[in-house]
Design a protein around this ligand. Structure first.
Ligand code: S3P
Length: 179
């Protein structure tokens, strides 16, 4: 059995995925982490040096490989994995897909709190608003991309779970109930 977690940055895919795997006595794979280990580079470096399309191809190759492997595990994916139809199909064919949701405000708060890794996150929206503060720009990016991506998360997910103002245990319990 493979259980995949999808959702925007800051929705808790890695934390929740690791706990879910522990509770189910399954292995845990963080796709972005594995991709970085194999590439020997941070995702931000791949974006900066080779560009986003190269990253998206590496991501698609890895998702294809994992979805077709014989192993059972919980898989945490990068927030943009749902952009390619072949990734959406691969995840759906591999097993249940859980969409972790959060509002743009919650996502921004979590990303700001996670300042240690902030510099490693590539900017995902080329468009910037010169009159915006960095906080306003972040909220603009998250709101814009979430609106674009939501139909794809919806289409791919077996079910969704809200993560706003809830702790890990509650979120994992709800996933286990819905599986
Ligand atoms: C991305 C999210 C990141 C990573 C890459 C692109 C996105 O993963 O895959 O920076 O397009 O939303 P996380 O969702 O784990 O931060």
């Amino acid at each position: 059995m493979k259980i995949s977690l999808i959702g925007y940055r800051g929705t808790g895919k890695t934390t929740i995925g690791a706990k879910l795997a522990e509770d189910l006595h399954l292995g845990f794979i963080d796709a972005d982490q594995l991709l970085q280990e194999r590439a020997g580079r941070k995702i931000s470096e791949i974006f900066a040096t080779d560009g986003e399309p190269v990253f998206r191809q590496l991501e698609a190759d890895l998702i294809h490989e994992l979805a077709n492997s014989k192993e059972s595990f919980v898989l945490s994916t990068g927030g943009g994995v749902i952009l390619r139809p072949e990734n959406r199909a691969a995840l759906q064919s591999a097993g249940p897909v859980v969409w972790l949701k959060a509002t743009p405000r919650t996502i921004c708060t979590r990303l700001k709190l996670d300042s240690a890794t902030a510099h490693q996150r590539p900017a995902l929206l080329a468009e910037t608003k010169p009159d915006h503060t960095p906080e306003e720009q972040m909220l603009y990016e998250v709101t814009t991309l979430l609106a674009r991506r939501e139909p794809f998360y919806q289409e791919t997910a077996s079910f969704d779970v809200t993560t706003d103002e809830r702790d890990e245990t509650q979120i994992v319990r709800e996933i286990l109930e819905k599986l």
